[in-house]
Design a protein around this ligand. Structure first.
Ligand SMILES: Nc1ncnc2c1ncn2[C@@H]1O[C@H](COP(=O)(O)OP(=O)(O)O)[C@@H](O)[C@H]1O
Ligand SMILES: [Mg+2]
Length: 608
């Protein structure tokens, strides 16, 4: 398991590593695509912007009026202290109202936007082909739906507003102090730009380090996810200690990276603060000189300082905002990447109706195939076979020969590399994939159930089935006896992935599902291989019922179960080594089938 993890981590890296560098045009374009979602709520969005503008302006009025107050105290203004006091209070109230409205508006836009993005993202994810999932980890994909989208939400609801506010503060603040005293302003400007340049350089460095912390945390999360998902395996192999150490190491790594980042961030913030205060000290001193000379009033000096603090704050905050914006761009890149993946099925049901009924004439012509994740190993090397309508065909052969692969190709979980598969004379690539899969039922060796009730799991075969249909299917599948034996009957919870049921019980639920689905083509992939004799009898009985009037492909390594098949294909190393019925193949001297038969014959007494 551990080695598997490492391989996958390496593969997962490039996409992650790309983000977090400089902002490029492609990222911006992708962010704008995300912004199209925001524009669905443009009325709210622009109203929010308007309120943001108002609240920023009123906030900026505040220091101005406050400085007038200082002059009024000395009797140097047209306004009295009392009037200005009321004015300040009024500004405060108006400002609060605007701020409140702004926050609610942006929350509305961002919440609805993110919900839309999440829905689209999931709809796209679930319709993507299997190879997409084999190349990525579940944890990585779920984090796109959660963490990445949340990042976008912050960008839209908080960062954008902050950026605009700080930009306005900068411009208006500079104008006001310039008008108040251009000499002081020039002095101030000769100190701040130096700080800004250093801050930009420093900030970029720190962002890179924050990214490393995030990646390290994600790596630790992967350990948790994997081991909790397969907690049984961990326990059976008593690897708790090993996994705990693996997790500890990952978390320690997070701490050391985070602490290193924090130290630099501390330096960064300290530098910014001292630069700001240093600037203020210089300005204050020169301001006092100007007041002494009579070219500046106390109120004007106060105004100048208040606005300088505002401007300093705005500049200081912009570094962080730039970082957040960059993160949001990275997140939107990852989100848009999925939205751009090509789905294999359409979620609209209308495409189905036009296509003809598939009765189950199957033909493989010289099919060659390698799994997308292992392109260099050809699993099927020219497979040709025919299955007539209603026929029972068996695929046998050593494990790893490619039997399951053959049936996965029929369902188009993967596409062939060369050759073709025909259904009723048409290449399956020309059929609607939903339509195609609709006509195929699969009972695998390891049935995986959803964590809900037995009822829900059977219903998966036909979501609109009635209770009577479900019960009838369960009866046919030899499942009704054990289901009605549970105190809660059909409403019994099966546990995550069905762990609360035995293998044979799960198998019969899968059969009930297939009965409800009523497919023209049935695939049994070692459906009884892992069962004990009694369950096997019950399951086999149910399967025999299910197979009636259906084209069936039976994959089995217990050859007793394939005796009755019309044709048996013996597969070896990705090619068809033999074909014929049981008698023919058993009679063939030096045949693989005869050899496998002999092996099992020898094993059988020992096994029982
Ligand atoms: N999803 C997959 N990705 C890569 N290789 C796979 C995958 N599934 C199966 N294989 C490989 O393909 C070969 C054939 O597998 P399979 O068709 O499952 O064999 P069988 O069902 O006959 O035991 C094996 O070597 C197996 O390791
Ligand atoms: Mg198999």
């Amino acid at each position: 398991m551990a080695s598997n993890t490492e391989v996958l981590t390496d593969e997962a890296q490039p996409a992650e590593a790309q983000s977090g560098k400089h902002i490029n045009a492609g990222q911006v374009r992708k962010f704008l695509q995300i912004f199209r979602y925001v524009m669905r709520y443009k009325r709210y969005f622009f109203t929010g912007l308007l309120f943001l503008g108002f609240s920023t302006l009123t906030a900026l009025l505040f220091p101005y009026v406050a400085s007038l107050l200082a002059d009024a105290a000395q009797g140097k203004t047209l306004w009295s202290v009392r009037e200005l006091g009321w004015l300040l209070l009024g500004i405060l109230v108006v400002q609060s109202v605007f701020s409140y409205a702004r926050i609610v508006m942006f929350a509305y836009v961002s919440e609805y936007t993110m919900a839309d993005i999440r829905k689209d993202l999931y709809a796209r994810l679930i319709t993507l082909p299997i190879p997409f999932f084999e190349q990525r980890r579940v944890g990585e994909l779920t984090s796109r739906l959660t963490a990445d989208v949340t990042q976008l939400q912050d960008a839209i609801s908080i960062n954008l507003a902050e950026l605009l506010r700080q930009f306005a503060t900068l411009i208006i603040g500079l104008t006001i102090i310039g008008l108040t005293s251009w000499r002081l302003t020039l002095l101030m400007l000769s100190t701040f730009p130096v700080a800004i340049v250093v801050a930009m350089f420093f900030g970029r460095f720190i962002r890179k380090m924050s990214k490393q912390t995030q990646d390290a945390l994600a790596n630790a999360g992967v350990v948790v996810e994997e081991t909790l998902q397969s907690v049984q395996v961990v326990k059976v192999f008593t690897n708790e200690r090993f996994e705990t150490r693996r997790y500890q190491k990952a978390i320690d790594n997070v701490v050391s990276i985070a602490m290193r980042t924090a130290k630099y961030r501390g330096l960064f913030v300290t530098f910014l603060i001292s630069a700001v205060f240093g600037g203020i000290v210089v300005v204050l001193w020169y301001g006092a000189v100007l007041v002494q000379q009579g070219s500046l009033t106390i109120g004007e000096l106060i105004r100048f300082i208040l606005y300088t603090v505002f401007i300093g704050g705005a500049i200081g905050g912009m570094g962080d905002l730039y970082g957040n914006l960059q993160k949001a761009l990275g997140a939107s890149e990852r989100v848009v990447e999925i939205l751009h993946e090509k789905p294999e099925v359409a979620l609209q049901p209308d495409a189905e109706t036009a296509t003809p009924a598939l009765t189950g004439n199957i033909e493989y012509r010289n099919v060659r195939f390698a799994y997308p994740t292992r392109k260099d190993i050809e699993v099927l090397k020219g497979v040709t076979l025919q299955i007539g309508r209603g026929e029972k065909v068996a695929l046998v052969g050593p494990s790893g020969a490619g039997k399951s692969t053959i049936v996965q190709l029929l369902m188009r979980l993967y596409d062939v590399n060369s050759g073709a598969i025909y259904l009723n004379g048409q290449p399956i690539t020309s059929l609607n994939i939903t339509h195609l899969r609709h006509h195929i039922g699969l009972v695998p060796q390891e049935v995986i159930l959803f964590g809900g009730t037995i009822h829900e799991n059977i219903l998966y075969g036909k979501p609109n089935a009635t209770d009577a249909e479900i019960i009838a299917a369960a009866k046919k599948a030899n499942a009704w006896d054990f289901i009605s034996g549970f105190p809660q009957g059909l409403d019994t919870l099966v546990g995550e992935r069905g762990v609360k049921l035995s293998g044979g019980q799960r198998q019969r639920i899968a059969i009930a599902r297939a009965i409800l689905k009523d497919p023209a083509i049935l695939i049994l992939d070692e459906a009884t291989s892992s069962l004990d004799a009694e369950s096997e009898r019950l399951v086999q009985e149910a399967l025999d019922r299910l197979m009636e009037n259906r084209t069936t492909i039976i994959i089995a390594h217990r050859l007793s179960t394939v005796r009755k098949a019309d044709t048996i294909y013996v597969l070896d190393g990705g090619t068809i080594a033999e074909r014929g019925n049981h008698e023919e193949l058993a009679a063939k001297p030096d045949g693989l089938y005869r050899y496998l038969l002999k092996l099992q014959f020898e094993e059988a007494p020992a096994a029982s």
